[in-house]
Design a binder for this molecule. Structure first.
Ligand SMILES: [Zn+2]
Length: 178
């Protein structure tokens, strides 16, 4: 699968703002919420949960899978994103896009991390786990991993800056206590 699919279509900005990238946004995964609850037993009904002070409903689909109901649009989703305007909401409400839809001249480290990770055939998302190499590939693997770690360090700097900006905006608007 090519990561550059659709990149050159008209209207695809190469300067898509970094704060609108899924990969750089703080998120809450339903899997984290599930972990360790009820010792694996299914409750009679799913209680609402609080995320950053916002009450979030848990809903089930016809196959009995659990989903967050987006607090804003009620759409079922597995991941909610922290947002300066809505506190937490689904990807569509936050108007987030996956980085693979855009060129990142303004954020070249992200582009390089994704490309290097694809070279190894591993999860292209920054900061996700890097598995151990197969023995015969070990030397090349370690070289590429070293480059990934350097680029992710650069990216972490961008991420921290964006999070600081989001925190500051949230504080200014009185959404968090600290
Ligand atoms: Zn939504």
């Amino acid at each position: 699968m090519s990561g550059s699919f659709g990149l050159l279509e008209p209207g695809q900005s190469s300067r898509f703002p970094a704060e609108r990238l899924v990969e750089l946004r703080s998120q809450v995964d339903l899997k984290q919420v599930n972990r360790g609850r009820n010792g694996g037993r299914r409750p009679a009904h799913d209680p609402d949960i609080l995320i950053d002070g916002i009450r979030v409903r848990i809903v089930r689909d016809q196959r009995n899978r659990r989903w967050f109901a987006c607090p804003r649009c009620a759409r079922g989703c597995r991941i909610l994103y922290r947002d300066p305007e809505f506190v937490v909401a689904c990807r569509l409400c936050c108007k987030l896009e996956y980085s693979s839809r855009h060129l990142y001249r303004s954020l070249p480290s992200l582009h390089r991390v994704i490309r290097l990770r694809r070279q190894l055939g591993i999860d292209p998302r920054p900061f996700t786990a890097i598995p151990k190499p197969k023995q015969r590939l070990e030397l090349r693997w370690r070289r590429v991993v070293a480059r990934i770690l350097v680029e992710e360090q650069v990216l972490r700097g961008h991420l921290q800056k964006i999070n600081r900006d989001l925190d500051r905006r949230a504080r200014v608007r009185g959404w968090c206590e600290t």
